[in-house]
Structure formats: structure tokens, C-alpha cells
Design a protein around this ligand. Structure first.
Ligand code: AHG
Length: 335
């Protein structure tokens, strides 16, 4: 099968009026960095990169060696290109400005360098999630947190790379969602699916069922009705999958439909949820909506949220559009 490269695709997109030279080059830099992360991840125990780093991140979570390495790979790759004004990461408390030695550009890059890293040591797929915002006109020389706090609807690009049996890049520039597969012999990402469409209906849900007793009653009712199957109010049986790597679960949903949820629960309600808005929920919501799906907190569209903090957390429901609407109906206040 003749597939075009990421570079050829991005050039086509620019000709169609989506993206510009700086944004396209930024996407190439991020893709190249993720190839390096793929190599490091693929070495596993042979690369001396498994296990804990012995440090905690800003979330208070123990960092894996690969979390730290992936973060460094992305920062190093993006320092000198001249496309960015600053980067923000799950692994860093504050944004990191582009070093003074290098030219600054008009974009802000946010990323979760290695999502699902608790799965690394058991050889389950993990991934990198990234989001691109425009640097606000009035931004200072070194953009602070405030310049990053834009709603997800302001994203100009978003994507993820899933390090699984194959390494795949999923990308949107706001003109559909497209899938590229890494050809390791050549070292290029080749276009393998153009304009992904998520099936509007699904009979497959993804949630960590062990948290049921902590959920809000509407979430308990929603999932109980899924479990009741064809004898229950939904009138059909449902299947469940839970990888515990958002990138892997979302990729399955992009491929065959489904609903993914990490809802509020009593343990995380004070923090707003488990998953982070700026570099997990927002990029995934942009990708999913561009593929015809929907992304909600259960009570509103994720991309409409006006962020208040860089590491803000939100409840997440995303996937097949009709199923998201059903889940939202369970969360609507009963009159
Ligand atoms: P981490 O990067 O700390 O492994 O967290 C991954 C996130 C997300 O990718 C996944 O959907 C969710 O956490 C899994 O949470 P549980 O382990 O609570 O199921």
C-alpha cells in the first residue's frame, strides 16, 4: 500500500489552508521526538529505563525513569526550533520558556510525555499526548501560566503517539483526525487512516469498575444499566475494556467506537477528577470531536471549559457521540 509520509500530508494540509510552516515544522519536531521515545520505550529492561526514577512530579506521583526521559526528549527537541515560546508538561510545575539562546515562536506546546506510565513495567501500551495553543498577542517575553490558560476550543493542533505493537501517531489540525504508522525501517510516519470517523453508537465501555463505590449516584446508575444488558433499560448487552492507559483506550475507541470515562469520585472530587484538562482531556477531546465523537465532563463540553490552573483536573467522558449523550442524560438534574 502506497502511503504518504507525515511531511507530505502536512504539506497537503497547508496547501488546503490548514496550518502554516511554523506549525507544520513543530509537528515534525514533536513526531521526531516521539520516535526517540518509542525507541527508549521499546528497549524495556534492556535499556535500563524501567522502574521508578526516585522522584515525584508536581502531581505528587512517583515518576518512572521513562517519564523523566520522555519529558527531557520533548524539551530538548523543542528548545531550538524557533516555533515555540514555551512548553508545559505534566512532569513540571511551571511552564518552561524557550532558552534565551534560541529564537522564540508563536506557539505554546503542552504535553503528557508518557501517559499510562504505571503500565510501563508490565509492558502494556503507553503514549505521549500533546496540545498546541497560539501564544497570546499580549504575552510577555517569557509566557507565564496565564498565557496557557486557554479553553480547549483554542487549540490549533492536538495529537498522541501510542507506543504499542506498532507506534502510531494520531493528529488533528482542526481538519479531521488522521492516523500515521511508524515505518521503523524507513523511520517515517506513514498515513494509514485519513479522516477517522468514530461510530455514533457503541456497545463497549471503558471505566475502572473498582471505583464504583466512590462514584456519584448518576454514574453508578449509568454503569449499572450498562451491566444489566439486554434485560435492562438499555435493551442490549455491553462489553467492557480498561487498559488504564488513556492513549490505548482512546485509540481503541477511535478505531471501533466506545465510551471512555474517568468520572468524579469521592477520592478525587476535591481536585476536580483524576485526568488533567490541559494536556490529557483537551487534546483527546479535540481529536475525538474531529473524528465525529463527543467529549464531556458529564455535565458540559470539555473544550468549552475556561481553565483556572495549569494542572487542573476534570471528569472525562469521551467517544461515540450518541453514548456520550446518554451518559449526560443520567447526569442531568432530575426536575
Ligand atoms: P499514569 O500516567 O499515572 O499511569 O495515569 C494514567 C491515567 C490514564 O492514562 C488512565 O486512563 C488512568 O490514569 C488510569 O487510572 P487508574 O489506574 O486509576 O485506572
Amino acid at each position: 500500500m502506497h502511503s504518504i509520509t507525515l511531511t507530505q500530508f502536512l504539506t497537503e494540509e497547508r496547501r488546503a489552508g490548514f496550518g502554516n510552516t511554523d506549525l507544520i515544522q513543530l509537528m515534525e519536531v514533536v513526531a521526531r521526538a516521539c520516535k526517540r521515545i518509542s525507541v527508549a520505550t521499546g528497549k524495556g529492561a534492556l535499556g535500563g529505563v524501567l522502574g521508578e526514577a526516585g522522584t515525584d512530579n508536581v502531581q505528587g506521583e512517583a515518576q518512572k525513569k521513562l517519564d523523566v526521559l520522555s519529558n527531557e526528549i520533548l524539551l530538548d527537541a523543542n528548545a531550538w526550533g524557533g516555533h515555540l515560546a514555551a512548553c508545559a508538561s505534566e512532569e513540571m510545575e511551571d511552564p518552561q520558556p524557550i532558552p534565551d539562546a534560541y529564537p522564540k515562536g508563536g506557539y505554546l506546546l503542552l504535553f503528557d510525555p508518557l501517559d499510562g506510565s504505571s503500565n510501563i513495567d508490565v509492558n502494556i501500551s503507553v503514549g505521549t499526548i500533546f496540545s498546541v495553543l497560539r501564544r497570546p498577542e499580549n504575552a510577555g517575553v517569557e509566557p507565564g501560566v496565564g498565557e496557557f490558560l486557554q479553553p480547549g476550543s483554542a487549540q490549533v493542533a492536538a495529537g498522541y503517539v501510542v507506543y504499542g505493537p506498532s507506534t502510531m501517531l494520531v493528529l488533528t489540525l482542526g481538519h479531521g483526525t488522521h492516523v500515521f504508522t511508524l515505518d521503523r525501517e524507513v523511520g517515517s510516519f506513514l498515513l494509514t487512516r485519513r479522516n477517522v470517523r468514530i461510530p455514533e453508537q457503541t456497545s463497549e465501555f471503558a471505566v475502572n469498575m473498582s471505583n464504583r463505590r466512590f462514584w456519584e449516584p448518576p454514574m453508578q446508575r449509568y454503569v449499572d444499566d450498562l451491566l444489566a444488558g439486554k434485560d435492562g433499560p438499555r435493551g442490549r448487552d455491553f462489553n467492557m475494556r480498561w487498559v488504564a492507559s488513556m492513549v490505548a483506550d482512546v485509540h481503541r475507541i477511535l478505531t471501533r467506537g466506545g465510551i471512555f470515562s474517568y468520572p468524579l469520585d469521592r477520592r478525587n472530587a476535591d481536585k476536580g477528577g483524576k485526568l488533567r484538562l490541559m494536556y490529557e482531556a483537551n487534546p483527546m477531546a479535540f481529536i475525538v470531536e474531529q473524528a465525529g465523537g463527543a467529549a464531556s465532563t458529564g455535565r458540559g463540553r470539555i473544550l468549552d471549559i475556561r481553565p483556572e490552573a495549569l494542572h487542573q483536573r476534570v471528569p472525562v467522558f469521551l467517544g461515540s457521540r450518541e453514548e456520550i449523550a446518554v451518559a449526560e442524560r443520567y447526569h442531568r438534574p432530575t426536575t
